[in-house]
Every structure is written in structure tokens, then in C-alpha cells.
Design a protein around this ligand. Structure first.
Ligand code: 4NP
Length: 150
């Protein structure tokens, strides 16, 4: 089975959304795809996604309430075919760990833009923007996965 790992900083805001969105899109197409997410940081290990991410996911029919944060590790490079960072810092951190097959989510639908970190945004609005960015990029990513990526 093909496999993909999304990586952000905390694994409580952005990458859990990417995980849920891509899993749903793959299921809709009947694609056999393992999808997971992790964070480069260790602050939130074991914690559920942040409230705003749970809420925006629910508004789109996705339940991420049972997800739990974990930290990315070097073994992930051997387990996952494709590793996708949510912003340039995530990608740089993964490459610094020595990982290959690392991509940036924004390259699949947002002109290479970072999916901004909404953790420090004051309200819910940023999460709506982040959700729509991730959704558009995941559509592009899935198309690539169907054709030539890894
Ligand atoms: P995420 O957001 O990377 O999208 O999960 C963050 C969550 C927590 C922190 C930073 C970003 N933090 O510094 O604790």
C-alpha cells in the first residue's frame, strides 16, 4: 500500500487536517492509501488536535477528535513513500533530518506557498483559510499520487 505522512510543527492544527482531508479524498476514489501525520516539535505529543481544527473539520464532515499528536522520527522516512511538509520550515527540518522524498504541500495547488501556522491566529477565521488551502492542495496531491509521485 502507498503511504504518505504530513508534517507540521505541532501536529495539532494543520497536519491533522491534511491527514483527514486526504484520507477522505482517497477513500472517495477507492484508493488504497495509508495516511498519517506528525509534528517536528515535541510540545504536544499525545494531545488531541486544537479546538479550532476539530471544529473546522467537523463543519466539513470530518471527525479528527480521536487523533493524537506525535513527533516525526527518522524511521518515518523508511515507512512512508511520500513525506509532505506544511511550510518551508517543516520541509527544511525534515531534510535536515536526512529525509528524502520530502515535498511541500503548497506546491500541489498554491504556487508553493506555505500553509501558514494558525496556532497564534487570534480567532477561527485563519482556520477557514488554512482548511481551504489544505483542501485545494490535497486535491492536487492526490492527482499526482495517481500518476507519477513516488
Ligand atoms: P501546527 O500548529 O504546527 O499546525 O500543529 C502549531 C501548534 C503548536 C505550536 C506551534 C504550531 N506550538 O508552538 O506549540
Amino acid at each position: 500500500m502507498r503511504s504518505i505522512l504530513f508534517v507540521c510543527l505541532g501536529n495539532i492544527c494543520r497536519s491533522p487536517l491534511a491527514e483527514a482531508i486526504l484520507r477522505e479524498k482517497a477513500a472517495e476514489k477507492g484508493m488504497d492509501l495509508r495516511v498519517d501525520s506528525a509534528g517536528t516539535g515535541s510540545w504536544h505529543i499525545g494531545e488531541p488536535p486544537c479546538d479550532h481544527s476539530v471544529r473546522i473539520a467537523k463543519q466539513h464532515g470530518l471527525d479528527i477528535g480521536a487523533y493524537r499528536a506525535r513527533q516525526v522520527c527518522l524511521d518515518d522516512a523508511a515507512v512512508f513513500d511520500v513525506i509532505v511538509g506544511l511550510d518551508a520550515k517543516n520541509v527544511a527540518d525534515l531534510e535536515r533530518m536526512g529525509m528524502a522524498n520530502v515535498y511541500k504541500l503548497g506546491d500541489f495547488g498554491f504556487g508553493g506557498a506555505d500553509v501558514p501556522d494558525p496556532y497564534f491566529f487570534p480567532g477561527f477565521e485563519g482556520f477557514e483559510k488554512v482548511f481551504s488551502m489544505i483542501e485545494r492542495c490535497c486535491s492536487g496531491l492526490l492527482t499526482q499520487l495517481e500518476t507519477d509521485l513516488a
